[in-house]
Ligand binder design. Structure first.
Ligand code: FES
Ligand code: FE2
Length: 440
């Protein structure tokens, strides 16, 4: 068995320009290195500000192996804290969500923190007078080493001190978050309750590749599209939203080839720069006028005409501007991935927009949907079969051209190009081969 921890050359051999070695998906050692070298230095999506509207409101979650808290601070800002007491490491908050008031109190020995994570008080304070506690690492409280960024309501954190700034890291991909928010006449999104959460027995990268896989729907989702075509019309009046969302899954290779795409540095991408399966959704009466009033005619037109299939914020997030949903990947191990699907209501917009997001989540992304179970079956089959004797490679050669190696960021017309996936692995390799302690 190859050991990868101290062997950059061995890691480099896992990625050829257009083939990926199976250890990238199945090795637990690689997974551990991903947490240290890729996830820790990336800006990871934590949550949305509307999940914690009041001071002291919080959620807890696992972020690439680190327990964290997203909380509304007393000054109104949203903070992300490490959920590890500075005293002896106990989890400070243990519920998935709640309100802790203005103070976080560790249940073990009652050290207390402000809602920005700074250390407020320790028990038996006099016992620390000459101890140098104020100069120890414990005095830093619960802060996240790499920092926190709330971008238009979307909250991200970086676990490592080393890494690119938020804007350098995401660059033009942030345009997709602007577009989601600007679909609200008030420039604000409200998250819809909780998410659809499921655990899939596959490596996280299989899921993220598939977000950019335009060639699979015609075969993988053949039955869902055929059902929509053959019996859907009977239910058109009962649920027109469902029908208009499912019918495009029957689009042929030609449709996807003309869709257009763009790859960005650091693994991010935009699929559907020309149009997407969401472009043909019916107009919502009065909505365009509301947006024109809020943003002006020109900007309203720009907002509504931008409707990519998926924008990938590598490595943990994929968004859809319309129908206002996003998927978050929370990898658990090499062979286990947790998926969260979130829907939003653009504040001040017609409520049918939320219905579209919830319907899409239920019909396409839920494990009990008409669509996702097809994908999940195949991701789990990949994970089980990749270890088979013989060929150890996953092939990503579709439309490969050696000239692409010169470019980090460019637009291309053919949406079937597997460059969208190869671009993810170039970012992956750059991170995995950069030692911890340096910026990837
Ligand atoms: S571990 Fe938190 S106060 Fe001791
Ligand atoms: Fe699919």
């Amino acid at each position: 068995m190859t050991s990868y921890s101290d062997d950059v050359k061995a890691i480099t051999k896992l990625i050829s320009h257009n083939q990926i070695h199976r250890d990238v998906y199945v090795s637990e050692e690689i997974f551990r290195l991903e947490n240290e070298r890729l996830f820790a230095r990336s800006w990871l999506y934590v949550g949305h500000e509307s999940q914690v509207p009041e001071v002291g409101d919080y959620i807890t979650l696992d972020l690439a192996g680190s327990p964290v808290i997203m909380i509304r601070h007393t000054d109104g800002s949203v903070r992300v804290l490490i959920n590890r007491c500075a005293h002896k490491g106990a989890g400070v908050l243990s519920e998935p969500c709640g309100n802790t008031g203005r103070v976080l109190r560790c249940p073990y020995h009652a050290w207390c923190y402000k809602t920005d994570g700074s250390l407020l008080a320790v028990s038996l304070k006099a016992d620390y007078v000459n101890s140098g506690l104020d100069k120890s690492v414990a005095s830093a409280g619960l802060s996240v080493p790499g920092g926190v960024e709330a971008y238009r309501g979307f909250v991200f954190a970086r676990l490592s001190r080393k890494g690119l700034s938020f804007r350098e890291y995401f660059g033009e991909a942030l345009f997709a978050l602007d577009n989601m928010v600007d679909r609200s006449p008030e420039g604000k999104l409200q998250i819809a309750g909780s998410c659809i959460r499921s655990t899939i027995r596959c490596n996280w990268k299989m899921y993220l590749e598939n977000v950019n896989d335009t060639v699979h729907p015609i075969s993988t989702h053949e039955s869902a599209a055929a059902t929509a075509q053959t019996v859907g019309h009977e239910f058109r009046d009962a649920d027109p939203t469902a029908l208009e969302q499912l019918l495009p899954f029957g689009a042929g290779h030609d449709f996807y080839s003309k869709m257009g795409a763009r790859v960005l540095p650091h693994g991010h991408s935009i699929l559907g720069t020309n149009f997407s399966i969401h472009t043909g959704y019916s107009d919502i009466p009065g909505y365009k006028q509301l947006l024109e009033k809020a943003h002006g005619e020109k900007r309203a037109g720009e907002i509504l005409s931008y409707s990519p299939q998926n924008v990938v914020f590598y490595p943990s997030l994929a968004t859809k501007s319309s129908p206002q949903v996003m998927r978050v990947l929370r990898p658990l191990s090499a062979g286990l991935t947790q998926l969260e699907v979130w829907a939003f209501q653009p504040v001040g917009a017609p409520e049918i927009m939320l219905k579209r997001g919830l319907t899409y989540s239920r019909l396409v992304f839920s494990p009990t949907s008409m669509v996702a179970h097809d994908d999940i079956h195949l991701f789990e089959s990949q994970q089980a079969s990749l270890v088979a004797a013989g060929n150890p490679w996953v092939n990503l050669q579709r439309q490969f051209n050696a000239a692409e190696l010169e470019h980090g960021d460019y637009l291309f017309e053919n949406g079937n190009n597997e460059l969208l996936m190869r671009n993810q692995y170039r970012a992956w390799l750059a991170s995995l081969t950069t030692p911890v302690g340096e910026a990837a």
